[in-house]
Structure formats: C-alpha cells, structure tokens
Design a protein around this ligand. Structure first.
Ligand SMILES: CC(C)(COP(=O)(O)OP(=O)(O)OC[C@H]1O[C@@H](n2cnc3c(N)ncnc32)[C@H](O)[C@@H]1OP(=O)(O)O)[C@@H](O)C(=O)NCCC(=O)NCCS
Length: 175
C-alpha cells in the first residue's frame, strides 16, 4: 500500500469515494475531517498546511489517502500532536475503508502503518476511540495490539477507548 496527502488533482477519485459511501447509505466519511462540508480546494489546502502547522481543533496531523496500487481504498488520519484532553476526546488515529474494499485486511494494514508513524514521532502510546458495536474497528485495533482501558457513554452509545503501547519503557540501571 502507499500513502500520501491529498492534492487538487484527487478531486474526481475522492468524489467517487464519497458517492460510494452515500450509495451504501453512509452519510459521514470517516477520517476525512470535514471534507464534505468544505470547498474541496480549501480542504486540500488545510490538510496540507496542518501536516506541518497545528490548527486549533486537531493540532498537527496527517490525513493520508491510502492506495492499493492505483485504487483509493481508504482514508487514514494520524493526529500525532494532540493535547492530552483532545487525545481523550478524539483519539490519535482515525480510519475508514470504502465499502467495496472492506474485510480485505486494509484497515489492519492502515492502522499498522499509522502506529509506525506514531513511533517515528516518538509517541509512547496511541489512543483510539471506537463505538462498542463497531466490530470491524474493534477487531482491527485488537489485531494491532490494542488494550481496552475505558468504556463510556458517548451520544447515548457505548464507546470504548483503547490504548496501544508503542515503546518499551527501559530503565537505566547504574551498576
Ligand atoms: C471498520 C472498518 C475501518 C474496517 O475496515 P476493514 O478494511 O474491513 O477491516 P479489516 O479487513 O482489516 O478487518 C479487520 C478484522 O475485523 C473483521 N471485520 C471487519 N469488518 C467486520 C464486521 N463488519 N463485522 C465483524 N468483523 C469485521 C475482519 O474479518 C478482520 O478480522 P479477521 O482478520 O479475524 O478476519 C470499515 O468497516 C469502515 O471503514 N467502517 C466505517 C468507518 C469506521 O467505522 N471507521 C472506524 C471508526 S472507529
């Protein structure tokens, strides 16, 4: 798989991606951070800018288009610079896979890649939030080493919070 930030030229493939979700009766596009509520050009500009410069809402983040060969299969959002309270609210990582490409292992690979990026950013753990009845996402997290640490009510739904350890804690021992 390969991953890159969106560009203006991606308009048509993203339009097709969104239409596929709508045809599947899905109204929100996971990990798109407002793509369908903004002018496309503004969204591309914002996403590229925020990969380096923090914005108030999401800090610095990568919003990657995830491709298998030439096909856009999913969106991956790595919010590697969130403050602690926003981490608890949003989690560090978000992802979505287009309906026709689900259950083929893509989300598992995308999360694995996101965790690698988080490690490179020197994060010690990643926090992910997911509704309890989202079996596909729960399993994706478990397959990547997720440990459930809290369950709460969010908009009247049970929401699980998961943590994935990224680095071992080594202690220097003076001999
Ligand atoms: C959740 C989602 C990302 C899973 O993507 P995916 O590419 O289908 O996931 P994978 O193929 O990597 O599957 C991971 C595991 O979950 C299982 N799984 C996937 N969808 C499932 C479902 N609907 N019900 C039960 N198990 C499911 C797979 O079988 C696999 O387990 P296995 O290896 O033991 O067979 C995808 O369904 C999606 O985009 N949903 C809408 C957006 C969303 O919910 N995003 C996550 C928000 S927290």
């Amino acid at each position: 798989m390969n991953y890159r930030l969106p560009a203006l030229e991606d308009y048509e493939i993203l339009k097709e991606y969104v239409i596929e979700h709508y045809s599947n009766h899905e109204r929100s596009i996971s990990a798109s951070l407002g793509m369908t509520n903004m002018k496309y050009e503004d969204w591309v500009e914002k996403v590229n800018r925020n990969s380096e410069k923090a914005d108030d809402e999401w800090g610095r983040y990568y919003l990657y288009l995830a491709f298998d060969k030439d096909k856009l299969v999913g969106l991956l959002n790595i919010r590697y610079d969130l403050s602690d309270n926003l981490k608890e609210l949003y989690g560090d990582i978000g992802y979505g896979v287009r309906p026709s490409e689900r259950r083929k292992g893509y989300a598992t690979k995308m999360l694995e890649y996101a965790l690698q990026v988080c490690k490179e950013k020197n994060m010690k753990e990643a926090i992910l939030g997911c509704y309890e009845n989202n079996y596909g996402s729960n399993k994706t997290i478990i397959k990547n080493g997720g440990i459930l640490y809290r369950t709460s009510y969010d908009e009247k739904k049970l929401s699980d919070e998961w943590t994935i350890k990224l680095k071992n804690n080594y202690y220097k021992i003076k001999l």
